[in-house]
Design a protein around this ligand. Structure first.
Ligand code: FPP
Length: 226
């Protein structure tokens, strides 16, 4: 039996280094990175077995970056989402943001909400962008919400209350580092982890396809025996 990568999650790292290598400003790396987001999303939407693609676009820690870079990323996100609507609709992709969106400007929150509602009827790939997302922050918000209840805390109740309620099958990080950086810690409990040295702006759907192919052959035991 081959594994099926129903839920793929990606830590898109290496934009800044790619830009530096090209003699460009860091933000140009993010611009190029957004193009790769589009390619990878469209590719995944054409693979019927992939149900979810969750991409780490802005972490709760990314606010520490220089103000100019943060502002650029906010503008880029706003522009990307507005521009992407026809692609979402054409490929039947549902956009479901995860993270604590309340920290974004009211205008950006409106854009995010508008794209979410306009694609809510799509029943193909779910593309989740993790925005002001941190796994610990997500868990704290869940525990805070559930702690008033009389019912016992169970894995099922916690899992269902997360921003992202689906277990990750395949987690990929580009850019050469081998850490999870506070991304989907609960959901990735049994994920297969792939680390690529490719910088995100150079990541291709051919490389993704190769990783998925390798994933299909791995024996997943979930703590049991085969
Ligand atoms: C890491 O590169 C990437 C990010 C901080 C955010 C990811 C953003 C994008 C892929 C572009 C925008 C996305 C959308 C959906 C519009 P880095 O800057 O940490 O790279 P470095 O490690 O080389 O410095």
């Amino acid at each position: 039996m081959k594994n099926v990568a129903k839920h793929i999650a990606i830590i898109m790292d290496g934009n800044g280094r790619w830009a530096k290598e090209q003699g460009l400003k860091r933000v140009k790396g993010h611009e190029k990175g957004a193009e790769i987001v589009r390619n990878v999303t469209t590719f995944c939407s054409q693979q019927p077995q992939i149900e979810r693609l969750t991409l780490y676009a802005f972490s709760t820690e990314n606010w520490k970056r220089p103000k100019m870079e943060v502002e650029f990323l906010m503008k880029l996100l706003d522009h990307y989402l507005k521009n992407e609507l026809p692609t979402y609709l054409e490929h039947n992709i549902r956009f479901e943001p995860i993270g604590d969106l309340g920290r974004f400007s009211p205008a950006l929150q409106r854009t995010i909400e508008s794209i979410r509602t306009q694609t809510a009827h799509c029943d193909g790939l779910i593309q989740s962008l993790a925005l002001n997302y941190g796994s610990r922050d997500e868990l704290v918000r869940v525990f805070e919400r559930l702690r008033g209840s009389e019912e016992p805390l169970t894995e099922a109740r916690i899992g269902a209350a997360l921003d992202c309620p689906a277990d990750v099958d395949l987690l990929i990080r580009t850019g050469g580092d081998t850490r999870l950086s506070n991304f989907l810690l609960w959901q990735a409990a049994y994920a297969e982890l792939f680390f690529s040295d490719t910088l995100w702006p150079e990541f291709t759907t051919a490389e993704l396809s190769g990783i998925i192919e390798k994933f299909t052959t791995i024996e997943r035991r979930f703590g049991g025996l085969k």
